[in-house]
Design a protein around this ligand. Structure first.
Ligand code: ZN
Length: 351
């Protein structure tokens, strides 16, 4: 794993600037964070608009990209007011977001992340949260709890899966209060939380935790995805012509309520994935990291097309596939998303 930290550059920075630097260092590494995912915070004391010394949580704004984040994409929040919520029993997402808005010190600052309270409830001054690949490779399995104990022993906290929100943040806060010596927390089926007294310490802990997971997985015989030979039919030109026919049908089927632009992608990675006989099954396993869900929803539609080039047959297959996808998504929404804190599905990827 490459490192993106320079002591020389970091030494000149403090407060919000140091947070921006550390956030970018994490965001540079796609094994730690993809576009828009992960978040980071720093706790500082600064003057409010009346000149009163105030404890402040600088929190990454929701949806901004860690890779090239700027200071204005962080939001200052009154930390003591957020911290007071540790005494609450429960809180809905709506209540929590409304409360967070009231704690904001800067009108017009970006909406703070949904994981703000998780940061506020950790006493350490610097907290980073990622959905790192190697951590998710441990947590996205049916025996994740056992493996995490095997890798990290007892000085890493393990929180069972809950959707991000008040209860998850509170469980994290309680775990650290119960065991102040914890070095990090793994969120099952979700990701990693690390902290430190300095930005560098918290960054290094992120790297160490990920490296330990990587070493364990490689030692167990896990291998990063292998390159397979391409087995997609036709020449590039034939594929493009067929894609044009499919795109017309697809736009008709998904553009019922809203007009859509489509992009046809033939990158080598896409073709290699589709060459794998397990492509359909693998595409329906669910996203590997929460970073994916931000932009793709839970599952893609895997469309199986007829062998013929007859437009009518293609159109029929597309419409049928889209309609099945629509119904399946509605069922998933009712079952898993409409409830406040649904349990994680236990799925294993096909072998
Ligand atoms: Zn997260």
């Amino acid at each position: 794993m490459r490192r993106y930290w320079s002591d020389r550059e970091a030494a000149r920075l403090e407060g919000l600037d140091a947070l921006v630097y550390a956030t970018r260092a994490i965001g540079q590494d796609p094994e730690l964070v993809l576009w828009g995912g992960g978040n980071s915070s720093a706790k500082v004391t600064m003057k409010d608009h009346l000149g009163r010394a105030t404890r402040v949580l600088w929190m990454k704004g929701s949806g901004s990209d860690m890779r090239n984040i700027a200071a204005k994409q962080f939001t200052p929040l009154r930390l003591d007011e957020l911290g007071a919520l540790m005494d609450r029993e429960a809180m809905s997402d709506e209540e929590m977001v409304a409360y967070q808005t009231k704690c904001t010190m800067e009108p017009g600052a970006p909406k703070p992340s949904i994981e703000t309270l998780l940061h506020a409830f950790i006493p350490a001054p610097h907290v980073y949260h990622t959905h790192a690949d190697w951590i998710c490779a441990l947590t996205d399995t049916s025996d994740s709890q056992k493996m995490i104990r095997q890798v990290y022993g007892e000085d890493v906290g393990l929180i069972p899966y809950l959707r991000p929100g008040f209860t998850l943040a509170k469980l994290v806060g309680e775990a650290i209060r119960k065991q102040p010596g914890l070095r990090a927390i793994v969120l099952d089926k979700h990701g990693l939380v690390t902290w430190g007294d300095t930005p560098k310490a918290a960054y290094q802990e992120t790297i160490r935790m990920v490296q330990e997971a990587r070493r364990f997985i490689l030692h167990k015989g896990g291998r990063p995805g292998r390159v397979r030979t391409l087995r997609v039919p036709g020449t590039p030109r034939e594929r493009r012509e067929r894609a044009a026919a499919v795109m017309v049908a697809l736009r008709g089927a998904i553009g019922r309520d809203e007009r859509m632009l489509l992009l046809h992608e033939e990158a080598a990675e896409v073709l290699r994935f589709l060459s794998d006989p397990r492509a359909k099954a693998l595409s329906q396993v669910g996203p590997f990291t929460p970073d994916h869900i931000l932009h793709t929803k839970a599952l893609p539609l895997f469309l199986e097309l007829p062998k013929t080039d007859a437009l009518e047959a293609i159109d029929q297959a597309v419409r049928k596939g889209v309609e099945q996808y629509r119904q399946a998504y509605a069922r998933y929404f009712e079952r898993d998303l409409a409830k406040p804190e649904a349990a994680a599905p236990q799925r294993e990827p096909p072998r």
